[in-house]
Design a binder for this molecule. Structure first.
Ligand code: ADP
Ligand SMILES: Nc1nc2c(ncn2[C@H]2C[C@H](O)[C@@H](COP(=O)(O)O)O2)c(=O)[nH]1
Length: 213
């Protein structure tokens, strides 16, 4: 029974974030299994613009960012309807803010401004995750994992682009801490903690999350 002074914690809506290849999908899948929560997973293979984007970022950025934004909006709208608004927990392998992190890097001028307006229109009212697990990784780790994943169109990604994204993620996490002070942000060292090879590392992450559930 709840005492008057106890504050009921919100139902877990956990998002795993980090740069390309950090291990988001892998960790989100493991967490969903461990906590027995449904998994909201990004659909990458059906994206018609991604390989073209990596061949010519300037040319394809707006189409790609809009495609990701609309897809995630639809997925999150369904998730809110089916889980969040019913008080059911969920784990996601992305936070909607990811769209804006990438768009600020890939769009410029008018296109960025148009995108910014649409981004806010679509996402401002969406319920946001209350726990973010941020996998912080250095370039060498990302390159290794991208190679391991073996998607053809990612193999020639400019390391400079990845390096800038690592910085963009650092900035974004700092911004989120200020903009959403009630959101729990758990940073894990994705270079040192290897939750795939070392079960004890995964247990450390689970224990940290449990402190906030
Ligand atoms: N901690 C880890 N140790 C070793 N390999 C990993 C680890 N995390 C992820 N991987 C592998 O790295 C690749 C990228 O991981 P993935 O979860 O798809 O990253 P993201 O979703 O962040 O892009 C996959 O092949 C995955 O099996
Ligand atoms: N320009 C953007 N690229 C994106 C975005 N979301 C994902 N991606 C790319 C990065 C990877 O090549 C691939 C899968 O993403 P992961 O983060 O799961 O590795 O898609 C985006 O919003 N904009």
């Amino acid at each position: 029974m709840w005492e008057d002074h106890q504050v009921k914690k919100p139902c877990p809506f956990i998002a795993v974030e980090g740069a390309i290849g950090a291990g988001k999908t892998t960790l989100a899948t493991m967490l969903a299994e461990r906590f027995d929560y449904p998994l909201l997973k990004e659909i990458v293979d059906e994206n018609p613009f991604l390989d073209k984007f990596y061949q010519n970022i300037e040319e394809w950025a707006f189409q790609l960012e809009m495609f990701f934004l609309c897809n995630r909006y639809k997925q999150l709208e369904d998730t809110v309807q089916n889980y969040v608004s019913r008080g059911l927990p969920v784990v996601s392998d992305y936070h909607i803010y990811k769209n804006w992190i990438f768009a600020q890097r890939t769009l410029h001028g008018d296109k960025r401004e148009k995108y910014r307006q649409i981004y806010h229109l679509l996402t401002d009212d969406l319920p946001k995750p209350n726990v973010i697990v941020y996998i912080q990784t250095e370039l060498a780790t990302l390159l290794k994992r991208i190679e391991k994943r073996g998607r053809g169109f990612e193999q020639d990604i400019d390391p400079g682009y990845l390096e800038r994204l690592i910085e963009d993620y650092e900035t974004a996490i700092t911004q989120l801490r200020t903009q959403e002070p009630d959101t729990v942000i758990i940073t894990i060292d994705g270079n040192e903690l290897d939750f795939v090879e070392h079960p004890e590392h995964f247990e450390q992450i689970v224990a940290k999350i449990k402190e906030h559930l």
